[in-house]
Design a protein around this ligand. Structure first.
Ligand SMILES: [Zn+2]
Ligand SMILES: [Zn+2]
Length: 341
């Protein structure tokens, strides 16, 4: 079969490899759909702080079980399945303190290579973070389980419930999922602040009334106007650029919380006004990855469509057009592209 590998930033090559076979506890999925993701895109453009190249890309995937390894009892050949590409060890210092998202083994044993016809799911993921997919949930929809789990994890780092004003900065898939999770958890007002009209239109189609393109007005002015000059009780940054991190801190209300969700390039720095942190008691937090409880909550939200990911998958491409899929995502013409072998 063919597998897409990132050789160096900007260069993808298709390699012929043997079809994977499941080892003990493992399964092999026949891929129905793998989604492009911001992480793929950033890695494609600039490499990744935690992932060395060459790298077989593709980790948001769903399909059908093609083969099961020894000892697998939860799944059988032919099962429709959804999974996320990691699982924590459950035993290390961080896992035992409830910080599974930071487990070194979670990211250390990442399942990659789903831009392919088949992908092997390691035993620890089969055990912890794989699910039977119900009939009403398409593979491309279920493939968004991983980013949704990240968003659920982010939502647990902040107190959305008691926020009156919530600003989501960004208009990509993460922002559009975060807004939906915020709406599910909170009765507060939500403003989506982005820069791409086509994507903001998707936000409107999801029922969000307060949506602003900040290309002209600027983020600060738009938020101050919307919030009557107070700023946001909660700011969720879903872009992943140091300059946006910096502006995110500027729009928080006194006593507000800023969740910096979007990962920035390795080695970058952001600075904040010390006054805001000290005298205004603004909390600045990060969020990374997810734990098992986050995956389960995400799976619940997805299955009953409390979070609807369907409008975020705007394009579809065959695997042979993977570069085209990346280009669509890079140019922001697409939100997510479903790539099918
Ligand atoms: Zn992803
Ligand atoms: Zn661990």
């Amino acid at each position: 079969m063919k597998i897409a590998e990132l050789i160096r930033p900007g260069v993808i090559e298709f390699r012929d490899v043997d079809e994977p076979r499941p080892g003990p506890g493992e399964i092999v999925i026949r891929v129905d759909a793998t989604l492009t993701c911001g992480t793929d895109l950033k890695t494609f453009e600039r490499g990744h702080a935690k992932l060395p190249l060459p790298l077989a890309l593709g980790h948001e995937t769903a399909g059908t079980v093609a083969a099961v390894g020894k000892g697998v009892t939860r799944f059988r050949e032919g099962d429709d399945i959804a999974c996320v590409p990691t699982a924590p060890c459950g035993q290390c210092r961080l896992c035992s303190r409830g910080r599974e998202s930071l487990c070194a083994q979670a990211v250390g044993r990442f399942m990659f290579g789903a831009f392919a016809e088949f992908v092997r799911v390691p035993a620890h993921i089969v055990r912890e973070n794989a699910f039977q997919r119900p009939k009403h949930l398409s593979a491309r929809e279920a493939a968004a389980l991983e980013p949704l789990a990240c968003v659920v994890h982010g939502s647990r780092r902040i107190d959305l419930k008691n926020a009156e004003n919530i600003v989501i900065v960004g208009d990509g898939a993460i922002a559009l999922m975060f807004a939906q999770v915020a709406r599910f958890l909170s009765s507060g007002n939500i403003l989506l602040a982005g820069k791409h009209d086509t994507r903001l239109e998707v936000a409107r189609s999801l029922g969000f009334g307060s949506v602003v393109n900040v290309s002209e007005t600027g983020l600060y002015d738009a938020v101050m106007q919307w919030s009557g000059g107070h700023g946001a009780d909660i700011v969720v940054e879903c872009v992943g650029r140091p300059d946006v991190w910096e502006s995110a801190a500027g729009i928080a209300a006194v006593g507000g919380v800023v969740l910096l969700f979007g990962g920035c390039a390795a080695g970058t720095r952001a600075t904040f006004d010390t006054y805001r942190v000290h005298y205004d008691e603004i909390d600045i937090k990060g969020a990374f990855h997810y734990g098992r409880a986050d995956v389960r909550t995400a799976w619940d939200l997805m299955r009953d469509r409390s979070v609807d990911v369907r409008p975020l998958i705007t394009h579809e491409r065959p695997l042979s057009s993977l570069l085209d899929a990346f280009e669509l995502a890079r140019s922001r013409a697409a939100i997510k592209v479903a790539v099918s072998p």
